[in-house]
Design a binder for this molecule. Structure first.
Ligand SMILES: Cc1cc2nc3c(=O)[nH]c(=O)nc-3n(C[C@H](O)[C@H](O)[C@H](O)COP(=O)(O)OP(=O)(O)OC[C@H]3O[C@@H](n4cnc5c(N)ncnc54)[C@H](O)[C@@H]3O)c2cc1C
Ligand code: SF4
Ligand code: SF4
Length: 1012
């Protein structure tokens, strides 16, 4: 351990002794949250880098005054301070042995906006996409378009001097910040701004400015000689941008620009004053094809002369990954010709459409001049442009999802070199990788010479050595190109601070230290970053420290697909579980609030604990013994999992495929074994087993909602919310004895097996009847799937085991799965599709069955299991669907997707099927989870958060729908939530609205209705 690392550890142990007093004071003096427990500290000990340092504690300030007091208290107690936004930094600048101040939950407002002047003032926790969503109707945007725009905060972007894909047009963060209101560790508060405001500033501020100027004036010649020249230079402090005139007469400078990129090491940003830009109205895109990567790297220096807004590289590996993805293949085929080794995506943007088209033509000519005639695919259409950019983003995500111990590691991923050296630089660095036994995939910002590349390394074994060797050679390489920067986008943090000196020299490095000391003489602001840093390969600061070892669980589910190659047999499952947990690289994508599902619990609470990342981190820390003994089944672990609604949003949307719904099942299995299960959990879990009995006495089973007071009693005894009605048992269950005994309804051309789940069978049999009517009307021969041992129709219906899984009763769920696989095997053997109605049940066959009963029979069933709408959409596409439908009285349908429909990509199927109804306009609500999620929303302790999830977007959208709009939802819980959410509405028209299953819509539209 070197001197600087020892300092970091010393700070921690010094603070540990006094953190009790610190926490007590904070709790007494601020209104916000004060989190000092081990699990919370653990959740804030990582960012998207390879490092992990436990903070002293965490404050989530509710007000700006809270933040000020917290900083004051920390300074009084000599505790370092670390401001935090989304925690998506890749260099370790957002971790430290400090008091973390998380601005993202409350300090996230737009405070002022002037459309005329094109300026805005924001709090540091505001997320870029949220700001831009507000600005869009005004024709404006904040143009630093980082890839993490859905979770990056403006405070974090200012901290890192972030840069977007279009920086060649709009510059970096530093070029778009007008001013910063900041707090220094000594309690002073300043408005850092342009030099023309200096005269009106306080004497203390003027004194600070004068001292900064004295340093930069003294170093002017050295800055001129040594400072990188490229646009993407985000290393150190921006001393090159705050130089006064040689004679002391200040040139136009802005001291806020010194704070931008300072990674929270100089001051805490309270408010940021931003310059905004007009949104371009027209864009064109040219996809330039190159036979070799080297040729692609020679081209940007010429292409930039056409003044594009972006030139982005996609290399062969990424092209192949995209081509191998079923969803992206058709898009790739539209914009890719032949077999290029690399492509450059060249975008032009502005307000004049003709000009952008002309630019595209110039690009075509330029490519011909460069020796690539016909090498451009022209895309003037904005729809396809959007899809192309999505493919570019997804390629990176697929790369990040690499399984096994070797991972693409971010440490030299954004060197910025002058464009004339780009081809040589990429060639040489690729050779460096090969020399050290690894490889990397190149992508991103060719326009500004900043290409991302992440060598694949195993950071648990040997990776640190390779990392240093590669970093040293890369640094030498960068130094050899005059004006190049070692850090061109993501900052310095723990990974690159030590590489500042080799680039700018010791004299300027000392000058940076002087600047630091002018602002923060006690070294309290985010120590160890930018100046006086640690060694990048100090493993004591790594997430996977030398002693890191994970507990090997006897897992209930099969996790072997995550284990490293060769481990799949023998212990593969146990290793696979921790490997699946470790897939979370903390990139923070689950903090998004935009389209998609992930992560509804975080969307409702704003707590790091209730985020996929927070859960994955808690699991990793618990399983590796970092949260104390038996932490995996502890109360802290249960709390982290509590609000996970198992929506599977993360399974689909997390770039690395973290599947928290499955992890929750594994957790609940072990937790239940240790602590037992509540009566309510058992009552819900065993519902499919006692359902046939309850259904015989529906009036008795429904008593809870019929007799006043019983619901309240139920809440105190069972924990089921009295504010909820329960699903009503019906006396006319679908799979009753009256249903065709042999399970066969009529003869038709093509066979299908209808698998009716417990909920549709006993609570909403009309849905099953509607589905049957539609399938029969379309001429299918419908088999009603029944238990293999009971062709008579009397036995308990088949079950997917979902209710057992929701309580972690994996053995019971496995028994159900075994029974269902056996019963359906004869159909599957004949190639008969198995059709289900309830998304959460049907997808259990395609998903959890494989983890409970891995094997060929299960795989075959999964390949044949389809939702009703997926089957009909596929039949329609194949030209086989013969369904005669007529228009309905309602001409509009508003569709809410069940989370599992979204997770399995079935939304387009249900939209297509609804559009089969003549004249019906179909719109899908942009919603996350409805909040009901099986039994979750029925539970008293979850009622509030459940309704909050529903109110986020779903219920407002349904309320604003016209009275003549059909509300469609295929999930039984979703329909119940919609009913509960609308029933109390003041408008009786809204209160009476209910949602129906897609099968009901089609059945109503049948020309010659038939029913059972
Ligand atoms: C997959 C991926 C893609 C990325 N793509 C890009 C990209 O395209 N361009 C890019 O530039 N970066 C990118 N990044 C890096 C990162 O997302 C950005 O730098 C982002 O702007 C950081 O925002 P944040 O809110 O997460 O900041 P955080 O990580 O929370 O903080 C960043 C720094 O700012 C400091 N800070 C935060 N708030 C304050 C405050 N109030 N006062 C003082 N200091 C503060 C922190 O201490 C820290 O040093 C990417 C990261 C990932 C994981
Ligand atoms: S859970 Fe997934 S999306 Fe969230 S931080 Fe981890 S890897 Fe990123
Ligand atoms: S399953 Fe849903 S609620 Fe749970 S972590 Fe994933 S996205 Fe969040």
């Amino acid at each position: 351990m070197d001197r600087a690392s020892r300092q970091v550890v010393a700070v921690t142990s010094h603070v540990r002794a006094g953190d009790g007093a610190l926490a007590v004071r904070l709790r007494r003096e601020i209104r916000g949250e004060v989190l000092f427990d081990a699990a919370s500290r653990g959740r804030y000990s990582t960012d998207a880098s390879i490092y992990q340092i436990e903070p002293v504690g965490v404050v989530v300030p509710q007000t700006e005054e809270d933040a000020r007091i917290a900083i004051q208290i920390a300074a009084d107690e000599s505790v370092p301070i670390l401001a935090r936004g989304g925690g998506t930094s890749q260099c370790g600048q957002t971790v430290g042995a400090a008091l973390v101040i998380d601005n993202s939950k409350y300090l996230n407002r737009l405070l002022a906006f002037d459309a005329q002047a094109r300026t805005a003032v924001v709090q540091p926790g505001m997320v870029l996409d949220q700001l831009n969503a507000y600005l869009k109707p005004h024709g404006l945007w904040f143009p630093v378009d980082v890839s993490t725009s859905a979770q990056a905060t403006l405070g974090g972007m200012a901290g890192n001097n972030s840069c977007g894909s279009r920086s060649i047009r709009y510059g970096n963060m530093v070029h778009n910040v007008r001013g910063i209101d900041a707090l220094l560790a000594d309690g002073s508060e300043f408005h850092f701004s342009a030099s023309d405001q200096l005269a009106a500033a306080s004497p203390a501020y003027r004194e600070l400015v004068a001292k900064v100027h004295a340093v930069v004036r003294r170093e002017a010649a050295e800055i001129e000689a040594r400072w990188p020249r490229v646009l993407r230079r985000v290393q150190g402090y921006n001393i090159d941008m705050v130089q006064p005139g040689a004679e002391g007469a200040p040139l136009a400078h802005n001291l806020a620009h010194l704070l931008v990129g300072s990674e929270g090491t100089l001051a805490y940003t309270r408010r940021i004053h931003l310059d905004l830009a007009p949104l371009p109205t027209h864009k064109t895109l040219g996809v330039c094809h190159f036979p070799t990567f080297h040729q692609a790297m020679q081209a940007p220096q010429h292409i930039v002369k056409l003044a594009p807004t972006a030139v982005e590289l996609v290399d062969r590996t990424m092209i192949e990954l995209a081509r191998g993805n079923a969803a992206f293949k058709p898009i790739v085929n539209r914009f890719l010709k032949g077999d290029p080794d690399a492509i450059l995506l060249v975008e032009f943007a502005g307000d004049d459409r003709d000009k952008q088209i002309a630019k595209l033509r110039q690009l075509v000519e330029l490519m011909a001049d460069l020796g690539f005639p016909g090498g451009v695919v022209e895309i003037p259409d904005s729809g396809l442009q959007k899809q192309v950019w999505e493919v570019r983003k997804a390629g990176l995500n697929i790369m990040m999802s690499m399984k096994g111990e070797g991972k693409p590691v971010s440490f030299i991923e954004d060197c910025a070199v002058p464009l004339e050296h780009l081809a040589e630089y990429t060639d040489k660095l690729t050779r460096v990788f090969a020399k050290h036994g690894t490889r990397g995939t190149w992508y991103a910002h060719a326009s500004v010479g900043t290409l991302h590349v992440r060598p694949v390394l195993n950071m648990k074994e040997g990776g640190a050595k390779q990392m240093r060797a590669i970093a040293e050679e890369a640094c030498e390489l960068v130094r050899s190109y005059k004006g190049a920067a070692y850090s061109g986008e993501h900052g310095d943090g723990l990974v690159r601070t030590e590489w500042i000196e080799p680039i700018i020299g010791s004299r300027l490095t000392r000058a940076l230290e002087e600047i630091k000391d002018l602002f923060d003489p006690r070294g309290l602001m985010n120590p160890g970053k930018i100046v006086r840093g640690t060694r990048q390969d100090d493993r004591s600061l790594f997430r996977f420290k030398p002693a890191y070892a994970a507990q090997q669980l006897d897992t209930a589910l099969d996790w072997s697909e995550w284990s490293a190659p060769g481990e799949a047999a023998g212990g593969g499952s146990a290793k696979g579980f921790i490997a699946a947990v470790e897939m979370c690289n903390n990139n923070g994508h689950c903090r998004k609030f935009d389209a998609g599902t992930m992560c509804p619990s975080y969307r409702a609470t704003g707590n790091e604990r209730d985020l996929t990342r927070g859960r994955a981190n808690t699991l990793r820390l618990a399983l590796s013994g970092q949260l104390g003994p038996a932490a995996f089944t502890s109360e802290a672990m249960r709390e982290a999992m509590d609000l996970c609604v198992s929506c599977k949003g993360c399974k689909r949307e997390c770039p690395t495929g973290v599947d928290m719904a499955k992890m929750k099942i594994e957790f609940l299995y072990h937790y239940g074994k240790r602590h037992g299960r509540s009566l309510k959990d058992r009552l819900v879990a065993w519902l499919p087993r006692y359902a046939p009995w309850a259904a015989r006495l529906p009036a008795l089973a429904n008593l809870r909602d019929a007799i006043p007071g019983l619901a309240g009693l139920g809440e105190s005894l069972l924990g089921l919310s009295a504010k909820r009605s329960l699903p009503r048992w019906r006396s006319d269950a679908f799979l009753s004895r009256s249903c065709a005994a042999a399970g066969e309804t009529q003869t038709g051309q093509r066979e299908v097996a209808l698998l009716v789940d417990t909920f549709n069978n006993y609570f909403e049999p009309d849905n099953a009847r509607a589905a049957l009517a539609v399938l029969e009307a379309a001429g299918y021969r419908v088999h009603l799937a029944r238990a293999a041992d009971d062709p008579s129709g009397n036995a308990r219906p088949l079950c997917c085991g979902r209710t057992f899984l929701a309580s972690g009763l994996v053995d019971e769920a496995r028994a159900e799965a075994r029974r269902t696989v056996a019963a359906l095997a004869p159909y599957v053997a004949r190639g008969v599709p198995v059709i289900g109605l309830e998304p959460s049940c049907l997808y259990t066959l395609r998903d959890e069955f494989k983890s409970m009963l891995p094997g060929a029979e299960t795989d075959a069933l999964a390949a044949h299991a389809l939702l009703f709408e997926e089957f009909l959409a596929a039949e329609h596409k194949a030209g086989r669907l013969k369904l005669e439908l007529q228009a309905l009285p309602q001409k509009k349908a508003l569709l809410h997707g069940h989370c599992h429909q979204k997770a399995f990509g079935a939304m387009s199927a249900v939209e297509q099927v609804l559009r089969l109804v003549p004249e019906l306009q179909v719109e899908t609500v942009e919603s996350s989870c409805c909040g009901m999620a099986g039994a979750f929303g029925y539970e008293a302790q979850h009622y509030e958060v459940s309704m909050k999830m529903a109110e986020a977007s779903l219920l407002p959208a349904l309320r604003s729908a016209g009275a003549d709009t059909l509300l469609v939802a295929d999930g039984t819980s979703c329909r119940h939530q919609i009913h509960d959410g609308l029933k109390g509405d003041a408008d009786p028209g809204v209160a009476a609205r209910g949602a129906v299953h897609v099968a009901q819509v089609l059945a109503r539209a049948l020309r010659a209705p038939s029913g059972r």
